[in-house]
Unconditional design. Structure first.
Length: 296
């Protein structure tokens, strides 16, 4: 006998079909960070989601962070963990630790992807000149080896995608003198998505999305047109640390990325729920003329 659960599974697959058709062979950049990198079950869910995207015809690219792992390692090594305006102050010794930890995280993600039957390659922004950076100054303050991306050469990613690999990128770049710099993972993902003219950029973080009521986690605004973003910041709907994230999202959309998603990585399979369902679960930032759903 066919049960209701079986029929629901069929309905889910049918709902996903137009999205699979629309995004087939399209590039999707996933910025992977927050609690989803620490909790092992969430980590497995994210890698399963990205692997499924690859297997149904998408071209996913993972850009990951690793701040909590870096903090744990610097503490073990008795190195100071100082921050300025939200950025880690990174001297030469700390930069060595940052690169070591990020490379270890990178290869662990490659291992998880490979274990699910998809070929993956881990690289950093130093490989193939992917991320060329300049020193970041915060209100004139030098915070060490922290870089702003000034140029992106995506050829190495195109080569990997064309050879059917899933690229996994850690956010480390070089300046014109080939010094190594730590790059904010959000900024690295944005730069890569713009250079690739990706269909989507998805930020996995520890927030539900943009809330119309900061006290109500269920008040997620499902879509924001870029012309609405300034108004939402001016009227106080978007505040605090969400302001630079939204400005970054708007910049990415203006650069040609079709849409940017802010997702709560603490929700199991958040990527699939956002990409393959009509309502989604996070906030999508869209160009003014874009349609939200592929079936519309």
């Amino acid at each position: 006998m066919i049960t209701g659960d079986i029929l629901k599974k069929a309905e889910v697959l049918i709902e996903a079909l137009p999205y699979i058709q629309r995004f087939n062979r399209r590039i999707i950049v996933v910025k992977y960070g927050g609690s989803a990198m620490i909790d092992e079950s969430l980590k497995t869910n994210v890698i399963e989601d990205v692997t499924l995207l690859k297997l149904v015809g998408f071209k996913p690219v993972i850009v990951h962070g690793g701040g909590k792992d870096i903090s744990r390692m610097t503490e073990r090594l008795n190195l100071p963990s100082n921050f300025s305006h939200g950025f880690r102050v990174t001297d030469e010794a700390t930069m060595e630790v940052v690169e070591m930890v990020l490379n270890r995280v990178n290869k662990s993600l490659v291992q998880k992807v490979e274990s699910l039957g998809v070929r993956a390659v881990g690289i950093s922004g130093k490989d193939g000149g992917l991320l060329k950076v300049q020193k970041k100054l915060i209100k004139g303050e030098d915070i060490g080896y922290v870089g702003d991306v000034k140029e992106t050469n995506p050829k190495i990613i195109y080569d990997l995608l064309n050879d059917d690999f899933l690229p996994v990128v850690c956010p480390v770049g070089m300046d014109d003198e080939y010094n190594t710099y730590n790059v904010n993972a959000d900024d690295a993902a944005a730069a890569i998505a713009k250079a690739l003219k990706a269909e989507k950029l998805a930020y996995l973080s520890d927030v539900e999305g943009v809330l119309s009521d900061p006290e109500d986690p269920s008040s997620v605004i499902s879509e924001i047109r870029i012309s609405e973003a300034d108004h939402l910041m001016e009227n106080g709907t978007i505040t605090g640390g969400m302001i630079p994230k939204i400005k970054n999202c708007v910049d990415v959309v203006k650069a040609g990325v079709n849409r940017v998603h802010i997702l709560d990585g603490r929700i199991p399979h958040c990527l699939l729920l956002e990409i393959f369902t009509d309502k989604g679960i996070g906030t999508a930032i869209l160009d003014d003329g874009a349609k939200k759903y592929s079936g519309e």
